[in-house]
Write a protein that binds this ligand. Sequence first.
Ligand code: ADP
Length: 381
Amino acid sequence: MLKRFIGAGDAQKLLSAQNLELFLESVPDAMLIVDSGGQIAMTNGRVEELFGYSKSELVGSQVEMLMPAAHRKRHVGFRERYVEAPRARNMASNYELQGVRRSGEQFPVEISLSPVPVGSDILILSAIRDVTERLERERRARANEVELEKLVNVNRFLFSLSHELRTPLNAISGFAATLLMGLSGPLNDEQQDHLKTIEQSAEHLLALINQLLSLMQPEFNSENMIIEKIDGRDAASAVCKMMEREASAKGLSFKLDGPEKPIKLKSSHRMLTQILINLVGNAVKYTDRGDVTVRIRRCGRGDGAAVQFEVTDTGIGIPDEARERLFEMFYRANRDQEKEGTGIGLFISQQLAVRLGGRIEFSSAQGQGSKFTLSLPQKGV
Ligand code: ADP
């Protein structure tokens, strides 16, 4: 091809040693010219950068110096066979090829070989590429695929679990309710009591399943969460609106306290909303008199800048002995309380807060009320 454009004589001139060096320098890969005995005849600057040797150290040395000691002997055999039947090709890679830097560090390489006949001898031109990043990308892509596959399986499992469990549970509570209404004939007091227990237990189990399922939703998986710019004040006020009716039905005064201006943060809207629903929901549930206040504010500066959501109530409070265990799964303080619950809400909320780079803390005085504080990093908004 080259000859067609520039003529055979010019091609000879082009291949003078000096021009060949210029040519090698213009190639983006690390290039080596090795003679049939394995001695390095010429290199370019990329080889120096990649392997950490100077040109003067490389030229005249055996090419095997750039390979792991364990491969050197085998390579000599490969090289001899290649010289006997030379052709342009990638170096066989049924195993991962490795280069060795002067420091001894090994790294994966891809090598292509081209034979260049010179008189009766043969030179081998090889292009060497560091493929560390490419392999890492491929490894990550494979890992992502495996993760995705797992998520799909978990989703399928969750779907059938929810279906399989919810259907009979709905039937249990539905038929219990029908019996309680007396639709199948009159019941005595004891039968009514037993049926109420059946109905309540079924509803408790349903709530438990629903909450567990919500924790396992793929969008709550760290890798799937959508981090976006959100206004913390908007998120808090939307949750307060949701809870307002329940609070006023209990005669609680319900307040949202925050600045006029938006409080921006980079976080997951979905997760933040889920946490606030749990905290505000608890405040309303465990308070029979007084008020529930949701306060939002900014604190800290620079890298430590955070947004705090404080949910304060004047409810039953939390006993001291429950402090250590409050965020454990299924843990409920005040076990004798008559409030319905599963002991999962705070566990889920703390998990989500940690995934968002934050945490939930609380302070409480039994009989006087509690304050739960969610702190989330603001993250460069
Ligand atoms: P649940 O409310 O379903 O029992 P949570 O995980 O949300 O589960 O809460 C765990 C326990 O923490 C509750 O059972 C309750 O004893 C206590 N708790 C949570 N929030 C409050 C609150 N605002 N006031 C008093 N106790 C609370």
